[in-house]
Design a protein around this ligand. Structure first.
Ligand code: SF4
Length: 171
């Protein structure tokens, strides 16, 4: 375990405490939300494995207390991931729309979401497996899709390139 991963969980705890005291700071969560999606095409799940504060919290703290029953298959199913992503993002977008224009209220939307998802993460992590949340985390899911999409495009381009080279040689 690298030193980033050993300590990044402190960022999650600090965020929750400071976010409750000073809600506008909650907006910084945008960085952590976008990171797995933006880095996904280039680094795959590197963000999740090494830098994500919640991933670190799961692997450093929850790992010590989990009953380790394994992640239920339901949480790994694509349909479940898609439905959860749509529901969570819709609720999030609705709250953001209502809060828009007031930075304190906008920050509080982020803080509330992080707190609620952290409680879900802890409950599932203790009962099933420390990384249960990560099996269907919307941001991790989108990062994984971005990585797969990039690979698919790359393979297609390579296929076209080798076909063109072959045709050139034959012609
Ligand atoms: S799946 Fe989500 S919570 Fe888990 S490490 Fe990746 S971004 Fe973080």
């Amino acid at each position: 375990m690298n030193s980033f991963k050993r300590h990044m969980w402190l960022v999650l705890i600090a965020y929750c405490i400071v976010g409750l005291i000073y809600p506008p700071i909650g907006i910084v969560a945008v960085a952590c939300m976008l990171a797995p999606v933006v880095t996904g095409p280039f680094m795959g799940r590197k963000w999740c494995n090494s830098f994500c504060p919640r991933g670190s919290f799961n692997d450093v703290m929850l790992k010590r207390v989990t009953l380790n029953k394994g992640i239920p298959r339901l949480f790994k199913a694509t349909a479940f991931k898609v439905i959860f992503l749509i529901v969570l993002m819709s609720l999030f977008a609705m709250q953001l729309t209502l809060a828009w224009g007031d930075w304190g209220a906008v920050g509080l939307v982020f803080v509330r979401m992080v707190l609620i998802t952290t409680v879900i993460d802890i409950m599932l992590g203790i009962y099933y497996h420390q990384r249960t949340w990560c099996a269907f985390c919307p941001m991790g899911t989108m990062g994984g899709w971005a990585f797969k999409l990039k690979n698919r495009i790359k393979r297609r381009l390579q296929g076209r390139e080798s076909l063109a080279t072959m045709l050139r040689k034959e012609g």
